[in-house]
Design a protein around this ligand. Structure first.
Ligand code: Q46
Ligand code: ZN
Ligand code: ZN
Length: 304
């Protein structure tokens, strides 16, 4: 396996692109692909301020790294969920984020300490709400609320997350299996700032495979947390990922085609009826963030 550009031994073979590259040529290729996605979906401009949600994992740190290399004004946001899992998941992932920030002092890092602000960690809230075994639904509500809160209060134009193609294809697969039309409507590499109180959300890695982001992190020496959140185990999204990976193995490019063709079909009006049925949002009585609920948003109801 040789690099298509220089003929040196390749470090990665991307069967779906029929492309093998050496480390020296892979890194600029990866950065260019990210930049193309940013332009293609008009995610943000060089003048805009970007808040990158970083978890300490490979994808989000790689994203922050690439955006800084491309010269964007990108700051980080780490949300400390207070998850231990027997190995100090939150504290160890925070260390990785702090170390990355230390070597990129040109950027700012915001840290939100959930137990410190709200007097309960995510697993504690989940326990009180009887979601002890799988706190992910509650965790998702809290993360989305806090990301949006910081993005708006600190004046960022856009919120970026490190979701890769494997994440997006697995979510799409789940949404299609259950025909969650409302979720399908909102799924994509960019979610516009839907009126008052919601930041624009973008996923610049949405067209890059997980093994491609992992290769980038490895080859550029980004120190990230290898362990997943202890609650990620057994999630249906992982089963969907495995199914799709098996299909990808037999037919390279399956995930990319599945996702990209969905986006195209949507652009051509696949879900235009769903658009008409979209529900009205209004500000939550307590925090002011948009909600479909009568009085309080899902986040504020957690503390009722
Ligand atoms: S952090 Fe939170 Fe994830 Fe852990 S509790 Fe679930 S949602 S798995 S990405
Ligand atoms: Zn090369
Ligand atoms: Zn609220």
């Amino acid at each position: 396996m040789r690099c298509r550009i220089c003929g040196q031994p390749a470090v990665i073979n991307m069967r779906h692109h029929k492309l093998s590259l050496c480390a020296e040529h892979y890194i600029p290729w990866f950065i260019k692909q990210t930049e193309r996605t940013i332009h293609k979906y008009r995610m943000f401009t060089p003048e805009e301020r970007i808040l990158v949600a970083v978890s300490g994992g490979k994808d989000s740190l790689a994203l922050w790294d690439v955006l800084l290399k491309l010269g964007y004004h990108a700051d980080g946001l780490y949300i400390d969920l207070g998850i231990d899992g027997g190995f100090g998941y939150s504290s160890r992932s925070k260390e990785k984020v702090l170390a990355f920030h230390h070597s990129h002092p040109e950027a700012n890092l915001h840290i939100v300490d959930i137990p410190g602000i709200y007097a309960e960690s995510v697993p504690e809230v989940a326990r009180r709400k009887h979601h002890m075994r799988r706190p992910c639904a509650i965790c998702g509500v809290i993360k989305r609320h806090e990301m949006n809160r910081v993005a708006l209060s600190e004046g960022y134009d856009v919120l970026a997350t490190g979701h890769n193609l494997d994440d997006e294809a697995a979510t799409l697969f789940g949404n299609v299996l259950h025909w969650h039309v409302g979720y399908l409507q909102r799924q994509g590499p960019i979610l516009p700032a839907d009126g008052e109180g919601l930041a624009r959300k973008v996923k610049p890695f949405a067209r890059l495979y997980e093994r491609e982001t992992a290769a980038y992190a490895l080859l550029t020496g980004i120190d990230y947390i290898y362990e997943e959140c202890p609650f990620a185990k057994g999630a249906t999204s992982i089963t969907h990922k495995e199914t799709l990976t098996e299909m990808e193995h037999k037919s390279p490019g399956t995930k990319l085609q599945f996702y990209v063709n969905f986006l195209r079909a949507k652009e051509e009006g696949l879900l235009c009826n769903a658009e008409a049925q979209r529900v009205e949002l209004h500000p939550c009585e307590r925090c002011g963030q948009p909600t479909t609920a009568a009085r309080l948003c899902r986040f504020c109801r957690l503390w009722e």
